[in-house]
Design a binder for this molecule. Structure first.
Ligand SMILES: *Cc1c(COP(=O)(O)O)cnc(C)c1O
Length: 412
């Protein structure tokens, strides 16, 4: 019988014994590591000994965090960096080159769209938008210069779900890997590799950290993509094979750009890993209960949560990600921005703040904040409505949360 997630993740061994037998992997705060002789120093710098040389390249505390995820997911490699955005940036910097394109959805985290369009665009990378819920349409957008098909597994705040397996098949036919931002459903819950995901990335700032303690990001390479026909990595594949992506990311992109997770963050996120699944399932159950309760309120026009049985994406989301579908839900109020602001201003327990999967429940009006720089036409195009409030459910009880929302609606 295979051991549970918690048993495995809390017992991953250190790569070498700790001098003091510390029960929890210590924070190796230092930058440099000493060598007994020049030969070993040479091997470490060449990446041939597994030894640590300089913390921008590798660090024991960070390696331990990476190895815990690698062990649980049986992945080929895991790379931890300083934010979710740097995980996405590092991935695309390793996959793209001038003349290439990234096929993705208009329903995407604002910074990710901007990264491709505004940051990578001037280097000759094209942003191509397609409806990712329609694999045929995606296939029409993909060509031999597609560096990646990029998606978020449940988009925010639209809560749209695409068929990962179908998209990975489209990609395979054109040499393009499926890259999935899985921030909203942790890796403990589903088999991204089995669904055809080549590279999985997530913001560990969110569910992993637990309580929103610190920023971090993770890149998982499952080693299952054949890079030989890839627009950027085909040449690298002739020497590195399945490692073509990781060799590029770790061999120069991460170290040249300075994408590193700091040891303190690796320590905190390692602790977060231990309680991840317990927190996620609890918060998902609360979110589902809150969604059901909100639906019974007459001031609510619509509730969006994929965990509700009559949600358009419920069947697909359940098949891909399982029963627990995360702690993000949205609800719409008649009366647009004014009504939303009125309710938000009267909340007493729920915090007005932006983050996902804190231990505290948070509420935000996406159209005026996260998407505040977009025009009304762009918002309509992205299906971000003025009537929508987004809730990130924390560890509190659903009864306490609905009570707060009810009193705020009544006052408003
Ligand atoms: C928050 C978030 C990011 C960015 O993560 P940071 O750690 O804030 O850089 C990327 N994708 C999704 C889906 C997110 O929710």
């Amino acid at each position: 019988m295979s051991q549970s997630y918690e048993t495995v993740v809390t017992h991953v061994e250190y790569e070498s014994p700790d001098a003091h037998g510390a029960l929890t992997m210590p924070i190796y705060q230092n930058v440099a590591f000493e060598f007994n002789d020049a030969e070993r120093m040479h091997l470490a710098f060449a990446g041939k000994s597994g030894g640590h040389a300089y913390s921008r390249i590798t660090n024991p505390t960070v390696s331990n965090f990476e190895r815990r995820i690698k062990t649980v997911k049986k992945a080929m490699s895991v790379t931890a960096v300083n934010t979710g955005m740097s995980a996405i940036a590092g991935t695309l910097l390793s996959l793209c080159k001038a003349g290439g394109n990234v096929v993705t959805s208009k329903h995407l985290f604002g910074n990710t769209i901007s990264l491709i369009r505004d940051t990578l665009g001037p280097f000759g990378v094209e942003l191509r938008l397609a409806n990712l819920t329609k694999p045929d349409e995606v296939e029409a957008s993909v060509d031999s210069k597609t560096c990646a098909i990029f998606l978020e597994i449940i988009t925010n705040p639209q809560l749209e779900v695409a068929d990962l397996k179908a998209l990975s098949e489209v990609g395979k036919r054109h040499g393009a890997p499926l890259v999935a931002d899985t921030t909203v459903i942790p890796f403990t819950e589903f088999d991204a590799k089995g669904l055809g995901v080549a590279i999985e990335i997530f913001s560990s700032t969110k569910y992993i950290s637990g309580g929103g303690t610190s920023l971090g990001g993770v890149i998982i390479d499952y080693g299952q993509f054949g890079w030989k026909g890839h627009y950027r990595l085909a040449e690298k594949a002739s020497s590195a094979g399945a490692f073509a992506f990781t060799a590029t990311l770790r061999g120069h992109v991460a170290r040249n750009v300075g994408l590193v997770m700091t040891p303190q963050v690796a320590y905190m996120h390692s602790l977060g890993l231990e309680t991840l699944r317990i927190r996620f399932r609890h918060q998902s159950a609360t979110a589902k209960r809150l969604a059901e309760l909100l639906r019974g309120e007459d001031f609510v026009r619509r509730v969006n949560y994929t965990g509700l049985e009559d949600n358009a994406y419920h069947t697909l989301a359940t098949r891909q990600f399982g029963e627990a579908q995360g702690a993000v839900l949205t609800f719409d109020l008649a009366g647009g921005r004014e009504a939303c602001f009125g309710l938000l201003n009267r909340l007493k327990l729920i915090k007005r703040a932006t983050n996902l999967f804190e231990n505290k429940t948070l509420a935000i009006h996406p159209a005026s904040t996260i998407f505040g720089t977009f025009t009304p036409e762009e918002l309509a195009e992205m299906d971000v409505s003025e009537e929508t409030i987004r809730i990130s459910v924390g560890l509190e009880d659903a009864a306490d949360l609905i009570e707060d929302i009810r009193q705020a609606a009544k006052e408003a």
